[in-house]
Design a protein around this ligand. Sequence first.
Ligand SMILES: Nc1ncnc2c1ncn2[C@@H]1O[C@H](COP(=O)(O)OP(=O)(O)O)[C@@H](O)[C@H]1O
Ligand SMILES: [Mg+2]
Length: 446
Amino acid sequence: MFDQLMARVRLLMRKLNGDTGRMLPSPLKVAAQASRPPVPRAPTAPARAATPDMSPERRIERTRALAVRLFGANQPVDNPRDLFGRELELKTLREAVLESGMHAVIHGPRGSGKTSLVRVFGDMADARGATIIYLSCAGTGDFGQVILPYLHELGPAPFGLRGDEYTKAIDLLSAAPTPRAVAALLARADRDDVVFILDEFDRLDDTETKAQLALLLKLLSDMRSRVRLLFVGISGDVSELIDVHASVRRHLTAVGLKPIADAEVKNFIRLTSNAIGLTMAPSALEALRWAACGSPYHMRLFSLQACLVAIDRGQQEVDDAAMTEGLRRAQAVWRTTNPRDDELFTRLIGERRYPIALLESFARACANHLEFTVADLTDALIRDGHDPAQVPHLIESFAPALGRMQEGSQRLAFDDVLAPQLLLAMCVTTRTGTAPASAADEGTMQ
Ligand SMILES: Nc1ncnc2c1ncn2[C@@H]1O[C@H](COP(=O)(O)OP(=O)(O)O)[C@@H](O)[C@H]1O
Ligand SMILES: [Mg+2]
């Protein structure tokens, strides 16, 4: 108990000391509210909002800071109340990992909310008495480098060992950390459920290390260990992230992150803008929702910029003009990270070779699939009433931004997985700020 407590204190100290390298700040924080069913909610209570007796400059500064804080797209969600539209995924993880003792894989595009989901799940599991160790695989190499830090963080408590006994066991293991030796030790952790979360697993490119971790997963299953592995990474499917033995598949649950439902995206934007004292014009809300395509990252980026424009202009409402200018600013933010694709998209839109509605149909199809095939694009174009013969031309035009997933594979993907929604945003601004004529929920923005 004491060791477990100390492990938590160590984690907390790291957080306070600003060590954000492999460790996210508060995976072990007890969040009693996590076990309650989610209810419609306003975002986490903000810092003090602007008050009437403030000077206009101070008021703008305050409101801007609040907007940045509530809409910010650079920090994962750490409060269950702020996690929108992931009830099903949380339930799946809870049932599989905590109730059925399965291992799990969470996969999806960058910005789809993998880390946020796993953090909220971690809090939920912690509140239920499980021990959760969260680390990122980024910057690690061999099997020992990946797995030993989990053992250090875990400490002796779940094994019923004394501190010195545990240190000795780890020292022995460190000399030759093989999957079998690690599994043999972990099989002895029989006091608590333990979950090792391996975030950014896709950033581990040593195939030998991945194979050893897959073997560890198999051995833990065979030994009926109470330690579960939860792999998290950017990927379209499980096998691309981790190649597990067929016999292990039934012990493994896959959670593929899909776009957040339109209603939840709108809920998020409406509630969050209200929390900073702004209202959203219905057409602006539709356009932001439409351009984000269910991506949590983009819904935050686009809404933040639109709200900042309204604040700077002294408006209480985010109207179509503020929304359009906000999307332009979001594009400018993205340009700093990906000037190549920004230039390509700007040129292709400017040339007017393709109608804007066709580009939008293409962008939405790409945004909905991390990887896509010619058939996916053909279906999307037909569904939206465009000529499918344009597909090969579109692929050729966008080729500099696309990569083949594997040699010989027919699957395509944007090198920058954040790009399709930016293409959409650029299409919206090109429509000279006109609001979407048709913005049905799954709608094309004709
Ligand atoms: N379900 C959600 N509801 C609201 N915001 C979310 C949700 N999921 C993620 N976000 C936000 O989107 C951004 C990207 O999320 P993150 O969890 O870092 O994605 P990933 O790990 O998949 O790259 C973060 O700013 C995060 O706060
Ligand atoms: Mg992440």
